[in-house]
Design a protein around this ligand. Structure first.
Ligand SMILES: NC(=O)c1ccc[n+]([C@@H]2O[C@H](COP(=O)([O-])OP(=O)(O)OC[C@H]3O[C@@H](n4cnc5c(N)ncnc54)[C@H](O)[C@@H]3O)[C@@H](O)[C@H]2O)c1
Length: 257
């Protein structure tokens, strides 16, 4: 891979304490970016920072991406420290157990919509004024293949990711005059701590179900790795993608076909 693709750039990554966000933080730092690590779980984000160590410059900000005040604080801290912010990677997300719609509680529905969809509105609304002044920026939203290809029982999750995808397209058009690019990535079933949380049951059954439900649905025959998503995000964050906006990129081993 070409080194230094993000040299001189600053990136905010939400969900940077685990899975894809953590992988992206490492890849972005290795490519020269200064990285703001935002996660609800401060210890997890601190661990990501430790793992990056001397290999990059990072700032950890504990953030609840579903809460407007918390997001406002994140952007203020990031702007105070780095002034210019080039990249926003919205990666934080929550899963949903397979739940029949009539058993879905309103509080669980609201939580999933808040963290997976409203968070994109909140982070964007606070960061865009800064990007508009710079007349450049790259916003990348981690949606899901579940946003275009449904699974039974994942009603709120699919709806939240569908919202993330359409919001990406709406913002891409709205922000294009300011040279702010907005794209999304649809990961397929990925080997992160989240995957097992879609499935109820004991651990043995979870492993069996992961294979039956998720692995067997991927034509390429392997689960997606967090690094696969990090590298797709790297492309979209970098100037290599300067002509790309409004794109919804499936990184899914063919699951979406
Ligand atoms: N794992 C998969 O199979 C899969 C597939 C498609 C899409 N996705 C999406 O990819 C993204 C990353 O998922 P992952 O698999 O790396 O999950 P993960 O569970 O490994 O990491 C998610 C991170 O988000 C953080 N988070 C949760 N709620 C938050 C909040 N309110 N504020 C701030 N941070 C919060 C968690 O603390 C965690 O560090 C999510 O948006 C997820 O929906 C995952």
């Amino acid at each position: 891979m070409t080194a230094g693709l993000l040299e001189g750039k600053t990136a905010i990554i939400t969900g940077a304490g685990s899975g894809m966000g953590k992988a992206a933080a490492k890849v972005f730092a290795a490519q020269g970016a200064k990285v703001v690590l935002a996660d609800l779980n401060r210890d997890a984000a601190n661990l990501t920072a430790e793992e990056i160590g001397q290999a990059g410059e990072v700032l950890v900000v504990q953030t609840d991406v579903g809460d407007d005040e918390s997001v406002q604080y994140l952007i203020k801290e990031a702007v105070d420290k780095y002034k210019n912010l080039d990249v926003l990677l919205n990666c934080a997300g929550v899963p949903q157990f397979f739940t029949p719609i009539e058993e879905m509680s309103i509080s669980e529905w609201d939580k999933i919509m808040n963290v997976n969809a409203k968070s994109i509105f909140l982070t964007t609304r606070h960061l865009v004024p800064h990007m508009k002044k710079m007349r450049k920026g790259s916003i990348i939203n981690i949606a899901s293949i579940a946003g275009i290809r449904a699974r039974p029982g994942l009603n709120a999750y699919c709806a939240s990711k569908g919202a993330a995808i359409m919001l990406t397209k709406a913002l891409a058009l709205e922000l294009a005059p300011y040279k702010i690019r907005v794209n999304a990535i649809n990961p397929g079933p990925a080997e992160t701590p989240m995957l097992g949380k879609f499935l109820p049951g004991d651990e043995e059954k979870v492993e069996e179900d992961k294979k039956k439900i998720f692995l067997d649905s991927v034509p390429l025959g392997t689960l997606i790795q967090p690094e696969d998503i990090a590298e797709a995000a790297l492309y979209l964050a970098s100037d290599l993608a300067k002509a790309v906006t409004g794109e919804i990129m499936n990184v899914d081993g063919g699951r979406g076909i």
